[in-house]
Design a protein around this ligand. Structure first.
Ligand code: ADP
Ligand code: MG
Length: 282
């Protein structure tokens, strides 16, 4: 039994290395320890990921500054999901560097460590607990030591209750706190899931197509939500909805064949010949 994550530790050399690192830290790394006093919050340099010789990422280099709201676009197969898999520790790169803050080498950490250190990821499909209330969903998502897993039967502290109320306010679900999550609209479920990520107090949020399937009104509200969250959080959004990207992004990165094809404001990348060719002009 792994004493920190409560799961049986798999065998193998890589796990042994992780266990060693965990032992060296003596405890879990927390987001307070991510050194972002200077330099970017996320730094990818020359990252390559091959699947049977095919390079899903090909010498990808990218930096994201603290508090930035960055949009990543690119045609299907460009490597967007693989990039997020590398950042979250799901996929190990063949080569290249991936740093969170100045010191945290993400290629040497496992998924649970990376999540605990302050990187939250939202997949496209909402995964809220439908038969629990909105409030309970946030309660269940609370950042707790996995050795003392939080249960709904544990008494909430005043500070924990306050944090849940704050998050309810941020994701504009205050009026629905007692509602079963299964009864929320698609857009509200997405916001609840963003709220659940916020309960983990992430420094960096990664969202995969957050407005897919949303109404125009929900999309506009999501844009407002992400703008409110940026600054306090760094956010990476992968999205296909160009109007949405244009409405929130200061910097847009265009991925193509596993590398950065172009980067700049929406109007800069939209007028880039190569971008028009591979993506916008399809
Ligand atoms: P995007 O998210 O931009 O659509 P992906 O990162 O999902 O792109 O995929 C990039 C490329 O890598 C695609 O050509 C895809 O088929 C390939 N790929 C992704 N994951 C795997 C895998 N596990 N095995 C083999 N090929 C993969
Ligand atoms: Mg993808």
């Amino acid at each position: 039994m792994n004493p920190i994550f409560g799961t049986p530790a798999a065998t193998g050399a890589r796990d042994a290395e992780w266990d060693q690192q965990e032992a060296a830290f003596g405890r879990l790394i927390t987001s307070d320890e991510v050194d972002t006093s200077h330099g970017p919050i996320l730094y990818l340099d020359d990252v390559t990921v091959s699947f049977d010789g095919f390079k899903a990422l090909n010498k990808l280099s990218l930096t994201v500054e603290r508090g930035e709201l960055r949009c990543i676009i690119g045609p299907n197969g460009a490597g967007k999901t693989t990039m997020m898999d590398v950042i979250t520790g799901k996929t190990r790169p063949d080569s290249g560097q991936v740093f969170f803050g100045q010191r945290m080498d993400l290629t040497r950490m496992r998924e649970a460590q990376i999540a605990h250190a302050g990187i939250g990821r939202k997949f496209q499909k909402p995964s809220v607990f439908e038969s629990h209330t909105v409030f309970e969903n946030l309660e269940l998502a609370m950042k707790t030591d996995k050795r003392a897993r939080h249960s709904l039967f544990a008494e909430l502290t005043a500070a924990q209750r306050k944090r849940i109320d704050e998050v309810l306010e941020i994701v504009v679900l205050g009026a629905h706190a007692g509602k079963l999550a299964g009864l929320l609209s698609h857009g509200q479920k997405q916001w609840l899931e963003i709220g659940m990520l916020l309960m983990q107090e992430p420094l960096l949020l990664m969202l995969d197509e957050p407005v897919a399937g949303m109404t125009d009104d929900e999309t506009a509200r999501t844009a407002e939500l992400l703008e409110r969250l940026s600054g306090d959080h760094s956010i990476i959004v992968v999205e296909h909805d160009m109007d949405f990207v244009g409405s929130i992004a200061r910097t847009v990165t265009v991925l193509h064949e596993g590398s950065v094809l172009a980067e700049g404001t929406m109007s800069q990348v939209q007028s880039d010949e190569r971008v028009v060719e591979v993506y916008l002009g399809r």
